[in-house]
Design a protein. Structure first.
Length: 168
């Protein structure tokens, strides 16, 4: 995955549209499905919990499938990019301990993965206005910078590939 420049205002407005649309579709479709099931199969006891639950589950599955299909739509580009970035960062986070240990020993791929993680996290946090934890990110970046200096390594995050993580 390559980091891309994203317009924050456009991303936020499109994300808000996606969130509001998902909430409205989930509420309307789960209500419609459950009410239809209750009408077709009424319960003598008056409990319709299972039909309501089924309506929510079916609606959520349908909404998820729709989002996957719409992921490539041009109006979803920024939102889909952030979703993909979060998944890529999550893969790195799962291997963070091993990456840190390998970077301490001078492994260039580990340093590259960490640099991608830091740059991606910085972008993500700025897009989401989550700058509270930026200090810890800056400290981690300083540590990585000292390792790259110590081992005379130049990092180019455009060379990062998620396949590199398989080694850790």
């Amino acid at each position: 995955m390559k980091l891309q420049k994203i317009d924050k205002k456009l991303y936020r407005s499109r994300l808000n549209v996606v969130i509001v649309t998902c909430i409205a579709v989930l509420a309307a479709s789960s209500l419609a499905i459950s009410q239809t099931l209750i009408f077709l199969f009424p319960s003598e006891t008056g409990s319709h919990f299972h039909w309501n639950l089924l309506g929510v589950v079916v609606s959520a599955i349908g909404l998820a499938m729709t989002l996957v299909k719409l992921k490539t739509h041009p109006k979803m580009r920024e939102v889909a990019y952030v979703w993909d970035l979060k998944q890529a960062l999550n893969l790195i986070y799962r291997k963070k301990r091993a990456l840190d240990a390998a970077a301490e020993k001078g492994n260039v791929d580990a340093m590259l993965a960490l640099q991608f993680s830091y740059d991606g996290s910085r972008q993500l946090w700025q897009l989401d206005d989550n700058t509270i934890t930026m200090d810890s990110l800056n400290k981690a970046q300083e540590k990585l910078d000292s390792l790259t200096e110590e081992y005379s390594v130049t990092l180019d995050i455009t060379e990062y590939r998620s396949e590199m993580l398989k080694a850790f």
